[in-house]
Design a protein. Structure first.
Length: 482
């Protein structure tokens, strides 16, 4: 048995060390590759910046050339020669593939970029010749006007081609970032595969060896105690009892699972009934506000305006009645807004798209954030329960973004097809971490707002997706299949 134990230990050690070495190699390779790609992406960003600067420099040079031609002074303190030298050198370095600034940057160009630089080269040379004539001190006004005409003739096409080059640089840089993401997925897959192989090649053999040892011990035990029939019978009875216990445990697990599913169904029914009751109560309360208190306030306003026009009132009393009428009007408007917030009339009259558009318009009047709605305003009508549920989710997400995200921009998008409805609420605010485990560390939005949205989405048989990172904004997306 000691030799068998030694074999098990040696085999476990070899496979375990091999698995650790592979994992370490994958981790180090991933770190090295990521650092290299980050450095490359920084170079690409610098190249895109310089390429974009070329457009600005050409426009500044054109302005200075025009001022020189008409003999006017310029507010630009940078010399014409310095700007021309920077513009020309940067273009040549971008074209040749090496950018020399505070350090040397490699300009990674595809055949598409090479063809673009070939197309822009005649425009660059023509503009450069025109600038060279303008910068000459001894050039006559006629020569400068001809040079300026040459510059203006080629400037628009140069700016358009340069704009295409900048976007192509940015597109290729983004493509390289996407390639990095794919390689990261490959490294992650390789790591998981290594862990899986470790489980099969290390731990499964150990279990098999342990089972083999147990079988050998059992055979030895049976050979030594062959005469002990009563003990064998007792062991058989114990085995049957164990099988019965396992069967009983399975039945208990099945009963527990059925009970859990029943409780989940009851909870869903209660939630649906509670939300439906809330909506009915909101609808009733909104109707009472509009038809009851709203009408009484309107009558009060009419009486106050009638008293204000009475001839027996002096100026001071008439001013007080005017303030009273204005206050009554504000109360009427507030009552109408509260009634609309409780149950928007546009939701039943015009549908979800028009209600969301009106929600964005009304909310944008009272907040500093930029609110944008993208979607149909008169799209296909949905079932009332679906329209109310999606409207409440959008309303909750919008309120959370305004209260907690400090977002400069909030965007509500609605997409409708005959088989699918997608509602998305995006903000560019401070965001939050979805991996936060302690309730005290979570933002207030995760306490009730997200739970309410999850409940409404589950009752609509939809899917709720939340994407958020600190300082990168939040996106809440609801997808329903009709």
């Amino acid at each position: 048995m000691s030799q068998l134990d030694q074999q098990v230990a040696n085999r476990l050690t070899r496979f375990y060390m091999l698995a650790l070495a592979i994992l370490a190699l994958l981790a180090i390779s991933g770190l090295v590759f990521i650092r290299h790609t980050i450095s490359t992406h920084y170079d690409d960003s610098r190249v895109v910046n310089v390429a974009g600067r070329q457009r600005m420099l050409s426009q500044r040079l054109t302005k200075l050339a025009l001022l020189r031609t008409v003999n006017l002074s310029a507010a630009d303190t940078v010399s014409f020669d310095s700007l021309l030298r920077t513009w020309s050198q940067s273009h040549i370095q971008l074209r040749n593939g090496t950018l020399r600034m505070e350090k040397t940057y490699t300009v990674r160009k595809s055949p598409t970029l090479d063809s673009m630089f070939t197309r822009i080269e005649p425009e660059f040379q023509a503009i450069n010749r025109g600038f060279a004539v303008v910068r000459q001190p001894g050039a006559t006004p006629g020569q400068r006007q001809q040079a300026l005409a040459l510059v203006l003739q080629h400037e628009l096409s140069f700016l358009q081609l340069m704009n295409e080059i900048v976007f192509q640089f940015d597109t290729e840089s983004f493509t390289r970032v996407r390639s990095l993401e794919r390689i990261e997925w490959l490294l992650t897959t390789a790591t998981l595969l290594t862990l899986l192989l470790e489980g099969f090649l290390v731990f499964r053999p150990v279990v098999r060896y342990a089972q083999h040892v147990v079988r050998r011990l059992d055979r030895s035990e049976r050979s030594l105690q062959a005469a002990n029939g009563e003990l064998e019978q007792a062991n058989q009875e114990l085995l049957r009892a164990n099988h019965q216990l396992v069967a009983t445990q399975k039945e208990l697990l099945q009963i527990t699972e059925e009970k859990y599913q029943l409780q989940l169904a009851e909870e869903t029914i209660r939630s649906a009934a509670l939300l439906e009751g809330q909506e009915d109560e909101r609808r009733r309360f909104a109707r009472e506000l509009h038809d009851g208190i709203g009408q009484m306030l309107t009558g009060l306003k009419l009486h106050a305006e009638k008293l204000k026009s009475t001839a027996v009132l002096d100026d001071k009393q008439r001013s007080r009645f005017a303030d009273l009428c204005e206050l009554i009007y504000d109360i009427i408007q507030t009552t109408r807004q509260v009634s609309y917030n409780l149950m928007p009339s546009t939701l039943s009259d015009f549908g979800l798209g028009a209600s969301l558009h009106l929600l964005v318009e009304q909310t944008s009047r009272s907040v500093s954030s930029q609110l944008v709605y993208e979607g149909p305003r008169d799209g296909q009508r949905l079932p009332p329960a679906v329209e109310i549920g999606l409207y409440r989710i959008a309303q909750e997400a919008l309120n959370n973004a305004i209260k907690h995200a400090d977002a400069p921009q909030i965007r509500i998008q609605l997409q409708q097809t005959p088989r699918q409805v997608v509602l998305s609420v995006q903000d560019t605010g401070k965001g939050f971490s979805l991996k936060t485990s302690t309730k005290a560390a979570r933002p207030p939005v995760s306490v009730n707002g997200l739970d309410n949205m999850r409940t409404r989405t589950r009752l609509l048989n939809g899917q709720l997706t939340i994407r958020s990172k600190p300082k990168q904004g939040t996106e809440i997306k609801v997808c329903l299949y009709l």
